[in-house]
Ligand binder design. Structure first.
Ligand code: G4P
Length: 291
């Protein structure tokens, strides 16, 4: 497999965001981790569990409107099997968010029972949102907080830069998401992050990314190739580069001598995927299903 140059965050960035998160953790009862429903594993940060220690966590598969619903259902089952509470949401329209607070309460049921025993059942549940850049943290906070967001206030025991916004139902959200760095020692993870637009792709090989995407399309969603006027038979047995060439040819992206402008074809394929024009494609399957 070709190596993609890895764009790791600088160690200084990582140390800073890690420190910020650690300093906020003592104030929250639960961590809400956003992931991209199209890449539920690659959009996670493997260090998070050790960072949050024994704190509770719920995973939100955000942007579920852009992912394959059948795959999202399988991913939810997979997370549940790992003992991780998970929910699919669309923070742009708010779809799925009605299930969020009930899930948080369920996850915190033991803590809530302890509070009730101590006569502190009115105590607010506090949470903080974390996730890699662009995964939708701000959109989620805005959706949940709505017009309440203006009513930010300081609370005793909390430093002045920490602000809590009520999201109803006795729940408060830290109005400052924790930014996790994407982690991809595995080039395939970096590629998926780049295909979805989660990391900048200037330094990645655009053609390689488009080839990977088209190969995945052929394997999992062959019917969607009809967008390029191709049938599953047309593309059978082609090398990934030939597949990209064929797509470019079908789109008339030719340069002198009848050669295909594969770079232009690659940019088009990636743009169309990111713009949702290719359809709702999930780019990775739960581990036990990975072929
Ligand atoms: P961040 O704070 O984690 O960095 O992410 P942010 O909320 O800024 O969202 C990044 C992009 O993802 C935004 O698009 C946002 O609209 C989009 N987004 C967030 N949640 C969802 C979702 O559930 N579904 C879909 N389809 N998109 C979502 P943008 O292009 O940067 O801005 P704009 O389109 O909102 O103008």
């Amino acid at each position: 497999m070709e190596q993609v140059p890895s764009i790791q965050w600088f160690p200084g960035h990582m140390a800073k965001t890690r420190r910020l998160m650690k300093s906020n953790l003592p104030y929250v009862d639960i961590v809400v981790e956003l992931r991209d429903a199209k890449i539920p594993l690659s959009s996670g940060n493997p260090e998070l569990p050790s960072l949050i220690g024994s704190k509770k966590r719920v995973v939100l598969l955000n942007k579920c409107d852009t992912a394959d619903p059948e795959m999202t259902a399988r991913w939810l089952q997979w997370f549940q099997k790992q003992g991780i509470a998970a929910l699919a949401v669309d923070s742009k329209t708010g779809k799925g968010l009605s299930g969020f607070l009930p899930l948080v309460r369920e996850e915190l049921s033991e803590l809530l029972a302890r509070w009730a025993e101590k006569g502190a059942s009115g105590r607010p549940i506090r949470m903080m949102v974390v996730g890699i850049p662009n995964v939708g943290k701000s959109s989620f906070i805005n959706r949940m907080a709505g017009s309440r967001r203006a009513k930010v206030e300081d609370r005793p025991g909390v430093t002045r830069d920490k602000q809590w916004v009520s999201v109803g139902g006795g729940v408060e959200l830290l109005d400052m998401p924790g930014v996790l760095w994407p982690k991809f020692d595995d080039p395939a993870v970096g590629e998926r992050l780049a295909v979805t637009g989660a990391v900048k792709d200037q330094v990645l090989d655009i053609e390689l990314l488009a080839m990977r995407l088209l190969s995945w399309l052929r394997e999992r969603y062959p019917e969607l190739l009809s967008r390029y006027k191709l049938t599953p038979e047309d593309v059978q047995g082609l090398e990934p580069y030939e597949l990209l060439e064929l797509v470019g040819r079908k789109r008339g992206m030719l340069i002198s001598g009848g050669e295909v402008n594969t770079e232009r074809a690659a940019v088009t394929v990636l743009d169309e995927y990111r713009g949702g024009k290719l359809g709702r494609l999930t780019l990775e399957a739960p581990p036990e299903e990975t072929v």
